[in-house]
Design a protein around this ligand. Structure first.
Ligand SMILES: Nc1ncnc2c1ncn2[C@@H]1O[C@H](COP(=O)(O)OP(=O)(O)O)[C@@H](O)[C@H]1O
Ligand SMILES: [Mg+2]
Length: 434
């Protein structure tokens, strides 16, 4: 029989139970995991939490500002403090970064007023202000000097010029900068932050941890992700590791992956891409093209991916209102689909053009893919060029698991051909002289 726990053991266990925002003795308590506490202890000018999704990065921002306020007050600076909070887009700012900030400060001595339309969080007692901005608004990052510091949430999605603007705004006071982000490939975050830290630069500190370092992160979700995507992509998204993806056709594909809930309220033209197959899988990718101010964003929310199955069966899973771009080399299958009432157009099949279109979309945040499209995500993670000899021109990608890849390429190339790049027409009035 198990021994009954002593009162003392129970008390110790109670003390160590993870607390997150619970009020104990009139104070909000946050039991940080090891990676988080290393970040909070850092006194470096640049501190970066580069960690897996859901690992507890964003929650650190407000705690870090609370620490910074304390440090400034201890130095006698009790009014007019200035800090900045930056998210990559307005959507991330308004959905994740700002609400976390407001929630954390609620019912604490730092509870102030959040003026959402102005993008300002005003601390009480004239203590100071936080400017909340998204990095995609041009020039928004320019302005006066900060002393409290700057916090960049999901900084890996920001441009290098946004990073330079932050350096300018924190330079005079040598104000500290906190980065919280999942890793991204080949950008300034790797070369201008992580690499400097690894070379031993004393101004930098980087801490990395996996999603499951957060005791509340579901292990099942971590394991599911591990099964459903290539290792390099998983390491990046869930283990917080920069991985080498040399040879990948779509090296930044992981940037497009989003939660299925993000696709519910998307409106736009229903479109799809089809690669035919019998022994190999038939693949149909289903999405919507949302166009605003000449910028078109493709949201792919569903896939049909199955072999040895009749067209009539596939059609049950395909949107009748959509325009489908299909592999042009199989007119018979196109006819079969049309007979089933689908609107099908032979796709543009120019491999280089199609790949370029997909990469352009990825790199300009014009492609989003739901996590429900597991085959698409898996194929993208393994879609490679053959080892290329130096000086030789890049060949075509290696054949094999490329059915969703072809469907995606057909779709993107055909949209691009149909919708040639939007050009803004500007009229300039030329006044005639004399
Ligand atoms: N050390 C921790 N202990 C318990 N819960 C935590 C811890 N760190 C984070 N959390 C919880 O995990 C959730 C996700 O954290 P968040 O910071 O939003 O993750 P992300 O790394 O994706 O930014 C939050 O709701 C937070 O309450
Ligand atoms: Mg976050």
């Amino acid at each position: 029989m198990a021994k009954a726990k002593s009162k003392k053991t129970q008390a110790v266990e109670e003390k160590h139970k993870s607390r997150w925002g619970d009020v104990v003795d009139g104070q909000k308590q946050y039991d940080l995991h090891s990676g988080q506490s290393q970040i909070m202890k850092s006194n470096k000018r640049f501190t970066a939490a580069v960690a897996g999704t859901g690992g507890g990065k964003t929650v650190l921002g407000p705690l870090w500002f609370a620490k910074r306020v304390k440090e400034m007050v201890a130095k006698g600076k009790t009014t007019g403090l200035k800090g900045m909070v930056i998210a990559p887009t307005y959507k991330v700012l308004s959905r994740a970064t700002a609400p976390t900030l407001v929630d954390t400060f609620r019912d604490t001595p730092l509870e102030g007023r959040y003026l959402e339309s102005k993008g300002q969080y005003i601390f009480p007692n004239n203590l100071g202000i936080l400017y909340l901005l998204s990095a995609d608004s041009p020039n928004g990052l320019e302005g006066g000097q900060l002393d409290l510091g700057a916090w960049l949430d999901e900084a890996g999605q920001m441009t290098y010029s946004a990073w330079l603007a932050i350096l300018r705004r924190t330079g005079v006071n040598q104000a500290p900068v906190l980065i919280t982000t999942t890793p991204y490939l080949n950008n300034w975050l790797k070369t201008k932050v992580l690499d400097l830290y690894l070379k031993g630069d004393k101004d930098y500190m980087v801490v990395t941890w996996a999603s499951i370092s957060n005791p509340t992160y579901p292990k099942d979700e971590y394991d599911r992700a591990k099964r459903s995507m290539p290792k390099s992509m998983f390491d990046m998204m869930y283990n917080g590791l920069f991985t080498s993806m040399e040879g990948l056709v779509y090296p930044s594909f992981h940037l497009c992956i989003r939660d299925p809930n993000d696709f519910h309220d998307v409106d736009g033209r229903a479109l799809g891409g089809i690669d035919f197959g019998w022994r190999a899988p038939f693949c149909a990718l289903q999405g919507k093209l949302f166009v605003q101010d000449g910028r078109d964003v493709l949201y792919i929310h569903a896939e049909r991916y199955k072999n040895k199955c009749k067209i009539a069966e596939h059609v049950k899973y395909m949107d009748k209102s959509a325009i489908w771009y299909a592999d042009p080399s199989d007119p018979e299958s196109i006819k079969d689909l049309r007979d089933e009432g689908l609107r099908v157009v032979p796709a543009i099949n120019d491999v280089d053009f199609g790949i370029r279109q997909v990469n352009e979309r990825i790199n300009s945040a014009r492609l989003f893919v739901s996590t429900s499209c597991e085959a698409l995500i898996t194929e993208a993670g393994g879609y490679m060029y053959p080892d290329c000899e130096e000086g030789k021109e890049q060949e075509k990608p290696i054949d094999g698991m490329d059915h969703a890849m072809d469907a995606l390429r057909y779709l993107s190339a055909s949209i691009a051909r149909k919708r040639p790049r939007y050009r803004e027409r500007q009229s300039v009035i030329i006044r005639r002289m004399g």
